[in-house]
Design a protein around this ligand. Structure first.
Ligand code: F3S
Length: 704
């Protein structure tokens, strides 16, 4: 025969916490609880011996005394009454219940009607309703159905629905469904406590397997009564007992497996008493069961505070004898395990409250993470980081054995992990990404997984002396070059990543380069003789003469640093690592344009761009000039110098008299036969001529 005690049997986190708070207060002097601290008369009796007495109303509390609010929560008016009497109020409300208080208060503030699914007379429900002026309580699906049909509240009235923490989940769901159908404007919060649903689920699973279920708990405890009802739905024989004294085992002839569970207010010492008694009775029925004896002895050694799991282990050991002993030791050790600051522990998120996240560590301690220890990221909400029911790894900050609490930190553990990440990144030379958060005198600072990484100006990848501000608020890839954990100093380099990327790109460029190939490049720097353009890890040079068809004195007239331009390869030398690039396009060659448009004999308007002693240079097209010899300027009189008649910028009518093979163009004003075109047309042509004022090569042609 085997005895199995459900893992979640006994005190829940909220009750354990409330008792720890009460014991701490009692250590300072006598104190009171408003209503019994938990639904267990024997445990309340034990607390009384420690100096913790129960008052049933605020007016019974002596003025100035310390009054503890129990885990079920307390109506606002009772708290106000206690404060009015000058009492020191110590709040031991379970954080899960406190969250519901917040939800109903928020609903009221938003003009919504709070609806509580739960037992009207249960102290928790009274405490919830006592947070607001108006509140509706619906006890079960039938009552919910009747209420919606009565139409006291119109379907378009906004309502907020919460659950008593210890409700049976399937009943709560039925009520939710009815309300969802009728009220479209509804906000629904599933506030059933994870510890409760886990306890109920385990009890059902155990009841399905066992021929007998024993449910331990006070008869005044609603959640124990519910547990017994649930077990009865799945197991033919259920014994509900408050103490070992009440235990009367039936005939166990056909019984192979006995399941034991206990309500949230059953202390470990009562569970242990009951289990010991059962062990004794089983032993008396089957004296040959030697393992029972061994286990009973072990049970006697279980410390009072040990969690129920220890008792389960004892009883399982009793039933299964020697092979289970190892598991028993492990479980016992786990249950009474002492936590240490700096330790890494895992647990299950129980609730997310306004000020803390509670974590079940599976030990006698109650774990909590203050909000400040959850994350440093102000953008994140707790729900973005943790989920109720999910496993979480944390770092132990402080252990309070008196209160039975452990302060945990997720942030610290993340920091530890992040330092490991940074150290590995340095060792393994991996590239990491971070957000540049600020600029300072020597460089910029990046945030990589919450760790500050300093990037010296020389490692930013920016040209020397250029401003670093544009980097701020950008994400950058970098290598970690130095880590000093003790001094919390980390140095990174963006340049190292860029260098490697550039090296790889350069190899690819050299492998594929060919004359005529086009690249979209970036102008990196300018000199008086040309522009250096990055075409993918390699810089090529565009000579000034290849930048424009016009005559330019400086590359700046055409491009500037940072411009993206399309260039083509004129020539390259892989050995010398030199690439000559072109920027001006053949299709825009002004000589080609000129020969397409004009021939000898054409008459046109030109702009005088330079006056020399032997004649005047005039622009025909941007980049194409012709010469009007001094003898070809006027017929009317003989002139010594062109500036006697012409001035720079003047538009004159000329005839093309000669186009030589070496691209010299002779123009004549005196040979013009046709008058200038009509003004509109002339204006159009003049517009085309507005661009160039550059002087052509000053070589005087022979006089014609
Ligand atoms: Fe216990 Fe709090 Fe849940 S008192 S049952 S942990 S709501």
């Amino acid at each position: 025969m085997r005895l199995i005690l459900a893992e979640s049997a006994g005190f829940c986190y909220g009750v354990r916490r409330a008792i720890a708070i009460a014991e701490r207060e009692a250590a300072q002097g006598p104190c009171f609880t408003l209503g019994p601290l938990i639904h267990n008369a024997r445990e309340v009796g034990r607390l009384e011996k420690l100096g913790i007495r129960t008052v049933s109303a605020p007016e019974e509390a002596p003025p100035g005394s310390t009054v503890i609010l129990r885990s079920h929560g307390t109506p606002r008016e009772d708290v106000a009454a206690l404060e009015k009497r000058g009492c020191r109020v110590v709040d031991a409300t379970c954080p899960n219940v406190a969250r519901i208080h917040g939800l109903v208060r928020e609903a009221e503030a938003e003009g919504r009607l709070p609806v509580v699914i739960g037992e009207r007379e249960h102290p928790e429900v009274r405490g919830i309703c006592g947070q607001v002026e108006r509140c509706v309580v619906l006890q079960d699906p039938a009552e919910t159905d009747a209420w919606t049909k009565k139409r006291e509240i119109l379907p378009d009235m906004p309502i907020t629905v919460v659950h008593q923490t210890t409700l049976i989940e399937k009943n709560a769901k039925k009520c939710d469904e009815i309300l969802k159908k009728e009220y479209t404007n509804l906000k629904l919060f599933d506030t059933i406590c994870g510890a409760t649903s886990k306890r109920q689920m385990e009890a059902v699973q155990l009841a399905d397997r066992c021929e007998l279920m024993v449910v331990i708990g006070d008869r005044s405890s609603a959640n124990t009564a519910r547990l017994a009802r649930l077990c009865a739905e799945h197991c033919g024989r259920v014994l509900a007992v408050q103490s070992a004294g009440e235990l009367r085992l039936p005939d166990l002839t056909d019984v192979h497996l006995i399941g034991v569970t206990a309500g949230a207010s059953a202390p470990a010492w009562i569970i242990k008493e009951v289990c010991n008694k059962m062990t004794e009775e089983i032993k008396s029925m089957d004296p040959i069961e030697t393992a029972v004896e061994a286990a009973a002895e072990a049970a006697a050694e279980v410390v009072e505070e040990a969690a129920p799991q220890a008792v389960e282990a004892v009883q399982e050991a009793a039933a299964e004898a020697v092979p289970e002993e190892e598991s028993f030791d492990e479980m016992l050790e786990k249950s009474i395990k002492t936590l240490h600051t700096g330790e890494k522990v895992s647990g299950i998120v129980q609730s997310i409250g306004a000020t803390e996240v509670t974590v079940d560590l599976g030990t006698k301690h109650s774990g909590y993470i203050p909000m400040s220890e959850l994350t440093d990221d102000p953008e994140l909400k707790p729900e973005d980081i943790v989920q109720v029911g999910a496993e979480i790894e944390t770092y132990v900050m402080r252990v309070n054995d008196v209160e039975g609490t452990v302060m945990l930190s997720k942030k610290r553990l993340d920091t530890v992990k992040n330092w490991e990440f940074i150290e590995n990144a340095k060792e393994e030379k991996t590239v990491v990404e971070g957000l540049i958060t600020e600029e300072n005198k020597g460089g910029v600072v990046a945030n990589v997984k919450g760790i500050r990484v300093f990037i010296p100006a020389s490692q930013t990848g920016l040209p020397k002396e250029s401003p670093m501000t544009p980097l701020v608020k950008t994400r950058q890839q970098m290598r970690i070059t130095e880590v000093n954990h003790a001094r919390r100093r980390v140095v990174g380099s963006i340049r190292a990543v860029q260098y490697e990327a550039r090296k790889a790109a350069a190899e690819a460029t050299w492998a594929e380069i060919e004359v005529g190939k086009k690249y979209l490049g970036t102008v990196k720097s300018l000199t008086s003789y040309g522009a250096f353009v990055d075409i993918g890890g390699v810089d090529g040079m565009v000579h000034v003469s290849e930048l424009s068809w016009k005559r330019i004195r400086n590359p700046q007239e055409v491009v500037k640093v940072g411009d993206q331009i399309e260039v083509y390869v004129i020539s390259f030398d892989k050995e010398a690592k030199k690439i000559s690039l072109g920027y001006k396009l053949a299709s825009e060659n002004p000589w080609t344009l000129f020969t397409e448009r004009y021939a000898e004999g054409s008459e046109l308007d030109v702009k005088v761009v330079k006056l020399m002693s032997f004649g005047a240079f005039a622009e025909i097209l941007p980049g194409v000039d012709g010469l009007i010899h001094v003898s070809q300027i006027t017929r009317e009189r003989r002139i010594g110098k062109p500036d006697e008649v012409l001035s720079e910028g003047q538009i004159v009518r000329v005839k093309i008299t000669k186009i030589s093979e070496d691209r010299k163009i002779s123009l004549s004003m005196t040979a013009v036969e046709q008058p200038a075109p009509a003004p509109a047309a002339a204006e159009d042509e003049a517009e085309e001529l507005v661009y160039s004022t550059d002087a052509p090569a000053a070589e005087a042609p022979a006089e014609e």
